[in-house]
Ligand binder design. Structure first.
Ligand SMILES: Cc1ncc(C[n+]2csc(CCOP(=O)(O)OP(=O)(O)O)c2C)c(N)n1
Length: 629
């Protein structure tokens, strides 16, 4: 059947009863392709039936379907003309794993970060009304994404404006891990307590049966309903926010869902349909371990066993996780915070060992920071681990609620730099720029996993805000059995002495710089290689000393060049009145969004592998010699 579906119009030609057969074919295709490419398997499998019902009922692309996060759109891609390219999913130059406007007219909005769909849908609805048009707007959001303040801000405005929009709440009781918080408990209550529905229905029937004995009884009836609404009406929370609530609906029963969607789409105002789905539906390993298959590497199609390389050095995330536990054993003030990313950040182990000292705040990066500020005020030592790309959301809180008050919060900017297949929404390539200009913050980046351990110890014992950034990568195989030690704040290390040029690397770029120096030596150029370790404060004394020896500096960073590490070095030389005396070449990421693909491929494309670094330095160095002569 799938072969005949080239766009959603073909879907509408089918008998609705046959859509579940199509759903099965789509699931098989998704599992087959993701077993090779890796990807967001469990969210996608859970949303297949919902996707078919949506496209069956609504008239995309005229009607606008806005996907939250966008990590559940594989079925949507398959039935909107991209079936032929589906095998290229997440591959370099292939289909994106997220909605992308440049990929298809059916992709209304580029997403990747969560909880934006209601706001976008509302914006579209307002534009529609201002321009006198009449299409339908639907936001599809998961229960995990609904925990974010951003989603609530959208709900709040939508309920107030009373615009015609439909929110589909795709509730699988999971974020990446089990969903958390009061809202999640409330939704579970709605799903698991059929009495809610029964009571409401009984109440309505009862009121209808009361004979009309004048206005007072009718009024009383109305008041009773209002008064009891909070207790008996399902979805009262949403009703009170101005939405009409419908549900819960079985998210794997396509005819039932389509029926509700059709009826609801004919009503007016903000409406919310609560759809209940199972993450990983149809593929046993993903149903059993929806968190592991949330974003999985390639796996064996038969067994579901993940294809990883166990023999390789541990990842930075793993080393962070183990080291934090080690530190927490000796310091009971240490607490750990994640914003719905306990698996990815490595805090899962911490949560098991110290459940009382672990906080999953849900998808709420802004709140995580202010919450950490509160803990720090009272003498605790909060360590907040957030992916660099999501930390962007909490910029103001880091500035206003932590740095301004010089609070001792340790910020872990994990998965920084180029992250690979998730692409531009997820690359963490701006953090050096948006952190280093905050007064009072210390920003460090380890060259390897051993240094990460020492930096974490240093950070947990530092007074004032500290950020540590490290990549989504494995370590380099450094010895992590050495005892933890403190590093002097702002102290860089000279790794290799040389006579021709100073090469300053930061974080993930230090080893490529060392390798580049070996290549350059073969060409007769002798670089002095420095591991900067700190972006803030820079090692002023060392840099000034090196400036006396070397007229030429190269900086190398896995961050945008705009306002990054190289800029910091240039600013320092300007402050020290040395700017005119030295030439600087900055190597880093270009001023554009970088597409998806394997991390090594993208780094090479951006000139950040050892060979490219060496080539850039060689050309620049020789040009400088010519200019001098
Ligand atoms: C701002 C932000 N923080 C964190 C994430 C990482 N993330 C991606 S999906 C996800 C869970 C989303 O849960 P839900 O919306 O319920 O969708 P499901 O995967 O369960 O279908 C998280 C935390 C993100 N994409 N955006």
């Amino acid at each position: 059947m799938l072969e005949k579906i080239n766009d959603p119009k073909d879907l509408k030609k089918l008998d609705i009863k046959d859509l579940s057969i199509l759903a099965g074919e789509i699931r098989s295709e998704i599992v087959k392709v993701v077993s090779v490419t890796g990807g967001h398997l469990s969210s996608n499998l859970g949303a297949v039936d919902l996707t078919l019902a949506l496209h069956y009922v609504f008239d995309a692309p005229r009607d606008k379907i806005v996907w939250d996060v966008g990590h559940q759109t594989y079925a949507h891609k398959l039935i909107t003309g991209r079936r032929g390219r589906f095998h290229t999913l997440r591959k370099h130059k292939g289909l994106s794993g997220f909605p992308k406007r440049e990929e298809s007219v059916y992709d209304v909005f580029d997403s990747g970060h969560s909880s934006t769909s209601i706001s976008v849908a509302l914006g579209i609805a307002c534009a529609r009304d201002l321009q006198g048009e009449d299409y339908k707007v639907v936001a599809v959001i998961g229960d995990g994404s609904m925990t974010s303040g951003v989603a609530f801000e959208g709900l709040n405005q939508a309920g107030g404006l009373k615009k015609n929009i439909i929110v589909i709440l795709n509730d699988n009781e999971m974020s990446i891990s089990k969903n958390v918080g009061a809202l999640s408990k409330y939704l579970t209550k709605l799903i698991t307590n059929p009495d809610y529905n029964k009571l409401y229905q009984n109440l309505k029937d009862l009121l209808q049966d009361i004979p009309v004995i004048g206005d007072r009884i009718v009024d009383l009836g109305k008041k009773m309903t209002e008064g009891l609404k909070g207790v008996f009406v399902p979805g009262a929370l949403f009703e009170e926010m101005g939405f009409r609530y419908f549900g819960p609906v079985d998210g794997h029963n396509i005819p039932e869902m389509a029926d509700v969607m059709k009826k609801v789409s004919n009503l007016e105002g903000p409406r919310l349909i609560h759809v209940v789905t199972k993450k990983g539906r149809g593929f046993k390993p993903a149903e059993d371990n929806p968190d592991v298959f949330h974003s999985s590497p390639p796996f064996d199609l038969e067994t579901g066993i993940l294809k990883t390389q166990p023999a390789a050095p541990p990842s930075f995330a793993r080393v962070f996780s183990r080291t934090l536990i080690e530190l927490a054993e000796r310091d009971e003030k240490i607490v750990a915070i994640t914003a719905a990313m306990s698996l990815g950040t490595g805090l899962e182990d911490f949560s098991k060992k110290y459940p009382q000292r672990f906080f999953d705040v849900g998808i709420a990066e802004e709140h995580a920071m202010v919450f950490a500020a509160g803990l720090a005020l009272e003498g605790m030592k909060p360590v907040v681990a957030i992916y660099s790309t999501f930390l962007q959301r909490a910029y103001d809180q880091v500035l206003h609620d932590i740095c301004l008050q010089n609070l001792s919060v340790v910020i872990i900017s994990a998965h920084s730099g180029i992250v690979g297949e998730d692409g531009p929404t997820h690359h963490g390539v701006f953090d050096l720029s948006y952190l280093r200009h905050l007064p009072g913050i210390t920003v460090m980046a380890p060259k390897d996993e051993a240094e990460l351990r020492h930096m974490l110890k240093t950070a947990c014992n530092h007074k004032g805000p500290v950020a540590i950034r490290y990549p989504k990568d494995r370590g380099v195989g450094a010895d992590i059995s050495v005892p933890l030690k403190m590093i002097d704040i702002g102290l860089a290390e000279v790794l290799k002495k040389g006579g021709d040029i100073a090469v300053l690397g930061i974080g993930s770029m230090v080893y490529p710089c060392l390798k580049a120096s070996e290549i350059l030596e073969k060409e007769g150029i002798k670089p002095c290689v420095v591991n900067a370790r700190f972006i803030k404060p820079l090692d002023r004394d060392l840099l000034v000393e090196l400036a006396g020896t070397f007229g030429k500096f190269v900086t190398v960073e896995e961050n945008t060049l705009e306002g990054g590490f190289g800029s910091a070095v240039m600013e320092l030389f300007e402050k020290e009145n040395l700017a005119g005396k030295i030439a600087i070449k900055r190597i880093g990421l270009p001023d554009r969004f970088i597409e998806h693909g394997p991390r090594p491929v993208l780094l090479k494309e951006c000139g950040l592998d050892a060979e490219s670094i060496a080539a850039t330095i060689e050309v620049w160095f020789k040009r400088q010699l010519k200019i001098k002569n």
